[in-house]
Design a protein around this ligand. Structure first.
Ligand SMILES: [Zn+2]
Ligand SMILES: [Zn+2]
Length: 442
């Protein structure tokens, strides 16, 4: 069966995160989105961890579910989402959670200040208890943020975690973002070895982040033996699964260890593909200056000497430039021995664009989103599987055409830069919506 995982997100105890992030809401949103396995996030936070212990029960080895799952939204016709009428995925009671968290590390190495975000995967609540005790004993403040700031070197952190439980792994988070990542242009490293030293042999995967896609990453031959994973890094349940990992697994094989084995052994038979943002949409794809609203691509950055054309201050160098700086080859298609990917645009964005409204939180957009989910299945079913004709029958022609163009990559994007998200344009002057075309004929 198809299993979709999203391992990196945050709880309501992390800075700038939605109050809606409760375990109960998270399970409901996973059903809507079609995410089968979600990271718990933020397990170092005492209040959030207390909720995890109180509300979750181990269901399969290292995989937890809600003790009292909330009632599933009903599909039209009265069956439970993901139930008999669905495709067998996404029922709220079947949503499982895995112990994952992100930590922010700030430390000096080789005479430079490093700011690195890492994701920690832990095999059980018991292992998390030990991690939290060790971190508290070291005097780190775990209470003020769900993503705690730790003044500890990445290699040292990994060594200690392996001593606590050798099934724990670290995956560098959003590996290319300028300010907080292992390869970041501002305070990262040029290689995994520089960052993790002798522990780099236990780095099985890196997270590509929203601003880069696997194809870009594969232009570095040093990453040939590293898996690329994708997660939402969501700060609100609405964004779960905007990037995700898709596996083909038997129900009986589902466990924490199975996923770690797949990453460790580069099992491309079971790791089918990742689901990606168009990287241009990510908020650090191009180079730019948010203050002046100025962005450009790396070639122009060079001509400008790295400075903003308007205020002349240094621009924030984005992921595209940083990847090409470290790349040692040009790649046009994904190598056959690597996990492929599919690029999506979140359904709410497609609906908003087809209605010609800017905000996805508009009532009209939300009403259409909910009705499509009730009628057609989870968001992933709609984006990936359901036929365009069926979508047209249950929503409208413009939304169906929007999904069609997303599936074929026929969209335009103003790239994101310096913390500002890119903007997707499915319907442009060159490729107008079917309705706009009709209007012209009339
Ligand atoms: Zn982060
Ligand atoms: Zn500027």
């Amino acid at each position: 069966m198809r299993i979709i995982t999203d391992w990196h997100l945050h709880s309501r105890f992390s800075r700038a995160c939605s109050k809606e992030l409760t375990l109960e809401n998270n399970a409901l949103w996973c059903a809507k989105k079609g995410v089968n396995i979600l990271g718990t996030a933020d397990f170092t936070h005492p209040k959030w961890f207390a909720e995890i212990k109180d509300q979750l029960v181990e269901d399969l080895p290292g995989l937890y579910r809600m003790k009292n799952p909330p009632i599933s939204p009903l599909r039209k016709g009265g069956s439970e989402m993901g139930g008999p009428l669905g495709r067998g995925r996404g029922a709220v009671k079947d949503v499982r959670l895995m112990m994952t968290t992100e930590v922010a590390q700030i430390y000096r190495k080789d005479d430079k200040c490093r700011r690195i975000h890492n994701i920690i995967f832990a095999p059980s609540i018991e292992a998390v208890e030990k991690i939290n005790k060790w971190l508290s004993d070291k005097g780190f403040n775990l209470k003020s943020d769900g993503r705690p700031i730790l003044g500890i070197d990445s290699e040292e952190l990994y060594k200690n975690l392996k001593e606590i439980d050798d099934r724990i792994i670290i995956v560098p988070a959003h590996a290319w973002t300028p300010w907080f990542s292992v390869f970041g242009s501002k305070s990262g490293f040029d290689t995994l070895e520089q960052c993790f030293g002798e522990m780099s042999k236990y780095i099985y995967a890196i997270e590509t982040g929203l601003s880069s896609d696997p194809l870009m990453n594969r232009s570095l031959s040093v990453l040939d033996d590293i898996m690329l994973i994708s997660n939402s890094d969501a700060h609100s349940p609405r964004n779960f699964g905007r990037e995700a990992n898709v596996f083909e697994l038997e129900e009986k094989d589902l466990s924490y260890d199975t996923f770690i084995d797949i990453l460790k052994n580069k099992d491309i038979d079971r790791f089918k593909y990742t689901i990606e943002f168009y990287p241009e949409e990510g908020k650090y794809h191009a180079d730019g200056c948010a203050n002046c609203g100025f962005w450009c691509l790396p070639e122009q950055t060079k001509k400008l000497g790295g400075r903003c054309k308007i205020c002349k201050k240094p621009m924030t160098i984005g992921v595209l430039a940083r990847v090409s700086e470290l790349a040692d080859r040009q790649i046009k298609t994904m190598p056959k021995n690597q996990v492929p990917f599919k690029s999506i645009v979140p359904l709410q964005e497609i609906i908003a664009e087809s209605f010609g409204v800017k905000s996805t939180s508009s009532k009209k957009v939300q009403a259409m989103y909910e009705s499509m989910i009730a009628e057609l299945g989870s968001e992933f079913d709609i984006l990936l599987d359901v036929s365009i004709d069926t979508i047209k029958d249950t929503s409208d022609e413009v939304i169906a055409e929007g999904i069609n163009r997303m599936r074929t990559g026929n969209i335009h994007i103003r790239p994101g830069y310096d913390g500002i998200f890119g903007e997707v344009k499915i319907f442009t002057d060159k490729a107008p919506s079917p309705k706009a075309k009709q209007d012209k004929l009339i």
